[in-house]
Design a protein around this ligand. Structure first.
Ligand code: ADP
Length: 541
């Protein structure tokens, strides 16, 4: 027997429609790549998304067609999220920090028909266009005055001209909630980029779930500034969760440096933010240097890579900002787990509370997870046994876009994350490593992440990476690679001594190498494949 409730398909456009109707005067503020601050409301955003939708239809964009974006976090990118998905087409966000060859691969693989880009990326797209034959039209996300005098870009026009020719007299259509709405390629940290094709259903359910108190806790009382880019995994869903809840949205554009971010935090009275550890490490240094304090920022989500406990502690004790540690992947939309305490943790001392909250956290409803050994059998949730982390749920990938290889799913339908983790009796998951980064020393497994987190707690260390290097006796041993803080001195011996008594003897790094800077992926994570190449000849006695 079927239930008798209304069968409203979940659709992304209903979020902006809701925000326009019930939070119509709530602001969306953007720092524009072409300069200046832009300010309007959710009601304006909905109107302009509808103008965009009509422009796309006139250009012949049909259900399922891919529309690419190479863009920062701005109101125009926000409109593309809704305008493209709203008509049943697919908003393909492209990470401009990828290598040009990867960009070409991705655009051609997705067969993007239109490509919207920010002024910053004009030189880049002029190089890409001749080798991206599927793109019929390139649209500069600015007003006509910014159009280059002469350009060979096919069909080049300005975003504002495109919208200016349309009215907002348009009703968002209804279609199957399983229709694709956006596409994001993984950054290829360990492999070629692979396309993750989100659906309206997965996106709306994910936006609901991340709004919950034990997830990102997003409300109409918040001013939200996603520092995490809209070109990677939909800025962790915040461009959907903010309007869904009626929170004011602040979009930092190309100004990702600490000074520009701090200025927006203060002028727009931001209460809540989100970004990868690298952003917060830089911001911490900036805040310390100028003895600055946040006026309104109270909490931030840190994820995408392990959040060092020292960072969490410093933000909380020195700046009064609570860090919520979260784990996820492009393939999981991204939220899988978040690290909040439970009722029985009340009264814990700060050190024990920190130890729990620096784990990657508990699953949110909708996601299920387990850890398995090499034989595929489930391992106990005792906080000690570690194994391959598997997840499933309505916003977890089933297969990659146009992949011709068998998916990453197990025979019984779980997604292999490629992460190695423990789960404790309270359900807190702790990532020990990516399976490809774990160091296998004499039959024991050493977590590179744990060692990096410890190294970063040393006052002279700005950034640290740990990789396995060959050892005749142990097969692999940990090498610590360190970037020193500007103006600080520390020797390799001092750093090695810093580990003593803090980790098991066999986990202590064997050697330290100092470098000027560490290689990062397009999403700001340590690029260990590159480090392993650079240190290929290195071996420890
Ligand atoms: P890529 O595109 O590089 O494959 P994603 O951006 O999808 O990667 O990142 C997913 C991976 O990032 C996870 O599988 C995990 O290894 C790592 N990761 C994400 N969040 C955390 C976290 N909080 N702690 C440790 N690792 C994390």
């Amino acid at each position: 027997m079927l239930g008798l409730m209304m069968a409203e398909p979940l659709r992304v456009a209903t979020i902006i429609e809701h925000a326009a109707k019930w939070h119509g005067d709530t602001e969306v503020v953007s720092r524009l790549p072409e300069g200046g601050i832009h300010r309007y409301t959710y009601a304006d955003a909905n109107r302009r998304s509808k103008q965009l939708a009509q422009a796309l239809l006139k250009l012949g964009i049909e259900n399922g067609d891919r529309v690419g974006t190479l863009a920062w976090n701005t109101h125009r990118h926000f409109e593309l999220y809704y305008g493209v998905a709203g008509i049943g087409a697919v908003c393909h966000t492209i990470n401009p920090r990828l290598f040009p060859e990867q960009l070409v691969f991705i655009i051609n693989h997705a067969e993007d028909r239109l490509l919207f880009f920010d002024l910053t990326f004009l030189p880049l797209v002029e190089r890409l266009a001749p080798v991206c034959p599927t793109v019929e039209k390139w649209v500069l996300m600015a007003g006509p005055t910014h159009l280059p005098k002469d350009s060979a870009l096919p069909g080049l026009c300005s975003y504002e001209d495109l919208l200016g020719a349309e009215t907002s007299d348009y009703a968002w259509p209804t279609f199957d909630e399983n229709t694709a709405c956006s596409l994001c390629y993984t950054s290829g940290t360990t492999d070629q980029p692979k396309g993750v094709l989100y659906s309206h259903r997965s996106t709306v359910l994910h936006a609901f779930s991340i709004s919950l108190p034990d997830a990102l806790n997003c409300s109409a009382a918040d001013v939200v500034m996603p520092v995490v880019p809209m070109f990677h995994v939909n800025a962790w869903g915040l461009p959907y969760a903010a309007p869904l809840n009626g929170a004011k949205l602040v979009l930092p554009g190309a100004g990702m440096d600490s000074a520009s971010l701090f200025e927006l935090f203060e002028t727009e009275k931001v209460t809540f933010s989100a970004g990868v550890p690298t952003i917060w490490l830089a911001l911490l240094q900036f805040m310390r240097e100028g003895q600055r304090r946040f006026g309104t920022l109270r909490r931030t989500v840190v994820g995408g890579a392990s959040c060092p406990p020292a960072l969490m502690k410093a933000f909380e004790e020195e700046l009064g900002v609570t860090i919520m540690h979260a784990w996820g992947m492009t393939e999981t939309s991204p939220l899988g787990t978040a690290g909040h305490l439970k009722a029985h943790h009340a009264g814990l001392n700060p050190a024990d509370s920190l130890a729990i909250r620096t784990k990657q956290g508990r699953v949110v409803f909708g996601v299920d997870m387990k850890i398995v050994g090499d034989d595929g059998q489930g391992l106990p949730h005792d906080g000690v046994a570690f194994g391959d982390l598997l997840v499933r749920g309505p916003w977890v990938v089933r297969d990659y876009f146009r992949s011709h290889t068998p998916g990453e799913l197990t025979a019984d339908g779980w997604f292999r994350t490629g992460d190695v983790a423990t789960i404790d009796p309270d359900g807190y998951m702790h990532i020990t490593d990516r399976s490809k980064d774990v160091i296998k020393s004499g039959g024991e497994w050493i977590s590179s992440i744990d060692l990096e987190n410890l190294a970063i707690a040393h006052p002279a260390v700005a950034e640290a990476a740990v990789i396995g290097v060959p050892s005749a006796k142990w097969s692999e041993r940990p090498l610590l690679i360190v970037v020193r803080r500007p103006g600080m001195e520390v020797s390799g011996e001092e750093l090695l001594a810093f580990f003593r008594g803090k980790v098991a003897k066999f986990c202590e790094p064997d050697a330290v190498a100092f470098v000027e800077k560490l290689p990062h992926t397009a999403t700001g994570k340590l690029l260990k494949t590159q480090l392993r190449k650079e240190f290929a000849g290195y071996s420890v006695a």
